[in-house]
Design a protein. Structure first.
Length: 117
């Protein structure tokens, strides 16, 4: 069966280092919390708010070894009052039918899903 896992995090500054570190922290938390192997992942979609321009979050995933996983990046909708400096992720995985996705929201992105904290 195919499942989707959502997650998000924020960065303090629009720097390549912050985006890489926060993206990797988020992916590692999703992998650990959901007990995933790289071969479970079908693809990963990243979005970032328009105030982040220093690097692609997919680059951070590639540095982690996600070289055979399709990755795509897009810009998050620019909604007035939305959380700033935010990286979001949608991880599509394939697992057996008893799997229950555990979504991960870190740093200031915890405010997006207070029901999960």
């Amino acid at each position: 069966m195919v499942f989707a896992i959502r997650g998000a995090t924020t960065v303090e500054t629009d720097s390549k280092e912050d985006i890489i570190q926060s993206t990797q922290e988020l992916l590692n938390a999703i992998i650990e919390k959901n007990e995933l192997k790289k071969e479970d992942i079908v693809f990963i979609l990243f979005t970032m708010t328009k105030d982040l321009k220093s690097t692609f979050p997919a680059y951070a995933a590639r540095l982690m070894g996600f070289t055979d996983v399709p990755l795509i990046c897009a810009q998050e909708l620019d909604i007035e009052g939305a959380l700033e400096k935010c990286i979001r992720v949608l991880v599509l995985i394939q697992k057996d039918s008893v799997f229950k996705p555990k979504h991960v929201y870190l740093k200031n992105a915890k405010s997006l899903r207070e029901d999960l904290n």
